[in-house]
Design a protein around this ligand. Structure first.
Ligand code: FMN
Length: 142
């Protein structure tokens, strides 16, 4: 499988999560076609990919009002009709319903969203393991 990674990150956690996911998928024999920013997506990497992995972080008041950062930019990404997609979202304490909002926004690109996972910022290694494990499971069963 070929995957492109698109990431929004302010302080680096989501970018680090994306790098971990990319490394772990490569260890499973996947090709990473590119890692780029949501605000400046690498179009060639998207075109070459079977699946696009979109990551951002949780913005809110920690207990209320949580939303994925750059939601508008994500829903306005270039069309991904015919691609599969999965999303991940880093957070500190409580992400609320952000993962559902992120999945909806990614779906607005036309991609078929096959899953999403919240990644707690102080468990990046463990939760990216889980993301990759679940992604491999879903892709194998499609
Ligand atoms: C302004 C601001 C608001 C945040 N709001 C929340 C929140 O409501 N809930 C939460 O769990 N984490 C919240 N966080 C924590 C971030 O989601 C978390 O640190 C995330 O990993 C940052 O990703 P990044 O390092 O890729 O920018 C907030 C961080 C900032 C800077």
């Amino acid at each position: 499988m070929k995957a492109a990674l698109l990431v929004e990150s302010l302080t680096g956690n989501t970018w680090n999560a994306a790098e971990l996911i990319g490394d772990k998928l490569q260890q499973e024999g996947w090709e990473i076609t590119g890692l780029s920013k949501v605000g400046n997506p690498d179009l060639t990497s998207i075109q070459r990919a079977d699946i696009v992995l979109v990551g951002t972080w949780t913005h809110g008041l920690f207990v209320v009002g949580q939303t994925p950062f750059a939601l508008g930019n994500i829903s306005n990404l270039p069309t991904m009709r015919g691609k599969k997609a999965a999303c991940f979202l880093t957070f500190a304490l409580n992400a609320g319903k952000s993962i559902d909002k992120l999945s909806t926004a990614v779906g607005q690109t036309g991609a078929e969203v096959i899953g999403g996972l919240e990644i707690k910022r102080n468990y990046l290694d463990q939760h990216t393991d889980l993301f990759v494990e679940r992604l491999l499971g879903v892709v194998e069963s499609v």
